[in-house]
Design a protein around this ligand. Structure first.
Ligand SMILES: [Zn+2]
Length: 58
């Protein structure tokens, strides 16, 4: 039965939801877990990697 496994999955997810959340970078499209306090710009989340790249490109 798959039901028991799914229950365990949900329980495992609770700390993730309370402490962290996932944002998809608008540039590379990867999921990044960001802290709850992180402010997401209106035009989309930009991960640290893409943020660095952006600084390098003039
Ligand atoms: Zn990115």
């Amino acid at each position: 039965m798959a039901t028991q496994n799914e229950g365990a999955k949900i329980v495992a997810f609770i700390p993730t939801l309370t402490l962290r959340r996932y944002e998809i970078c608008r540039k590379c499209g990867f999921d990044w877990n960001v802290s709850k306090q992180t402010r997401i710009p209106q035009d989309g989340y930009l991960c640290p990697v893409c943020m660095n790249k952006k600084e390098n490109v003039k």
